[in-house]
Design a protein around this ligand. Structure first.
Ligand SMILES: Cc1ncc(COP(=O)(O)O)c(C=O)c1O
Length: 367
């Protein structure tokens, strides 16, 4: 592979700045410590055993995954893993039950069917699976709809061999107001919903030990949800154009970028970089007045307005300058999580500027 530098590494290349990563981890850990919350970062953002270990070393209590392939991979890093996904088909339940033989494994579920299938797999494997009951606090993706439904499922789980009721789960990922004055009342509404459920659970003697929620945009206001015992931000480790553009971090906190080369400048008011949809994903802001798939870090006002598979069309109309042909520029991608998933390997930029290969261990694990 040779000893690459930022000047020689073949582009496009996923570059992860370790100094920015460490700063992001330390800041989040200080926040959760201050508010006596446990941090269970979602590893879907980095998909890297190295980064999971870093999060745990920085003080995270446990890890979150979405896929059973990620569960198997991250079991190399941690002993307490939450599968934040309703895994109910045999291909998934069997893996969960196997991993639970040697690790603490919990799954967020919103149906008796999922609970029963996980229970059957656990009994067959001789393990016990922890269950968090998923409650819909407004995102309307998964989650039970009423407090009574959570009670019914929690009671069912408590009675079922192979399962252990560990608490409540929600994902208020829809709360992403840029203005805290708007965000805080919405978080307080979620808190009221959770507290009402917990009151019923406590009255019935159901285990409320874990109340798990949280995302990156609302991470810094998570203390307004007093019901939480733990939070699960994922994107905060790298951040991206969505997070910085929303004002939930500074642009310099965007630790992951795609290093590109300018390969064409023949068309007026634009240039082409060698990162298209295959490298960046086609993800972009749904709210943006103009399409923007990523900002050029080095050139104020330059952004990617269009993509084909291998071409990134950089809009230079309002750019501070035109890049030269062959120049290398970094793209702060709109959405880092699916972008990372497109790369077999990133490059870790160390504090001294050197590059080390960064395996993306759980990339492509769609099951
Ligand atoms: C269930 C769940 N929890 C936590 C997270 C982390 O949220 P974020 O990416 O905003 O950090 C996600 C992200 O998709 C999620 O789906």
């Amino acid at each position: 592979m040779g000893q690459y530098t930022l000047e020689t590494v073949p582009t496009p290349a996923l570059i992860v700045d370790e100094v920015a990563v460490d700063r992001n981890l330390a800041r989040m850990q200080a926040y959760v410590n201050q508010h006596k919350l446990r941090l269970r970062p979602h590893t879907k953002t980095h998909k890297s055993v190295y980064m999971s270990r870093k999060q745990l070393a920085a003080g995270a209590a446990a890890l979150t995954v979405a896929k059973v392939g990620e569960l198997q991979t991250m079991a190399q890093a941690g002993d307490d893993l939450l599968l934040a996904y309703p895994a109910l088909d045999p291909a998934r339940t069997e893996v969960v039950a196997q991993v639970a033989r040697s690790k603490t494994v919990r799954v967020a579920v919103d149906s008796q069917v999922a609970a029963d299938r996980l229970a059957a797999a656990a009994v067959a494997a001789g393990s016990t699976i922890g269950i968090l009951v998923d409650y819909d606090t407004g995102m309307h993706r998964t989650g039970l709809q009423t407090a009574q439904q959570t009670v019914d499922l929690a009671q069912h789980v408590s009675r079922t061999k192979g399962l252990r009721l560990d608490g409540l789960f929600c994902y208020p990922g829809h709360i992403n107001d840029t203005d805290p004055a708007q965000m805080i009342p919405r978080l307080k509404d979620v808190n009221a919903m959770l507290l009402a459920v917990l009151e019923q659970w406590k009255r019935l003697g159901l285990n409320t030990g874990i109340v798990s929620g949280g995302s990156t945009p609302a991470a810094w206001q998570a203390h307004h949800i007093t019901a939480y015992t733990e939070v699960r931000p994922g994107t905060y480790i790298y951040n991206d154009r969505f997070v910085a553009g929303g004002g939930w971090c500074q642009w310099e906190d965007c630790a992951a970028t795609i290093l590109t080369t300018v390969v064409s400048d023949a068309v007026p008011d634009q240039c082409i970089v060698d990162a298209g949809g295959k490298t960046l994903t086609y993800d972009r802001s749904a709210k943006a007045p103009v399409l923007n798939f990523g900002n050029v870090r080095e050139i104020q006002g330059a952004f990617i307005r269009g993509l084909s598979e291998e071409h990134g069309m950089v809009d230079l109309k309002d750019a501070a300058r035109r890049p030269k042909l062959g120049e290398r520029v970094n793209i702060v991608m709109h959405h880092v999580c699916p972008c990372v998933n497109l790369h077999d390997r990133g490059w870790l930029k160390k504090a001294d500027g050197s590059l080390e290969p960064l395996p993306i261990d759980a990339r492509g694990k769609v099951v």
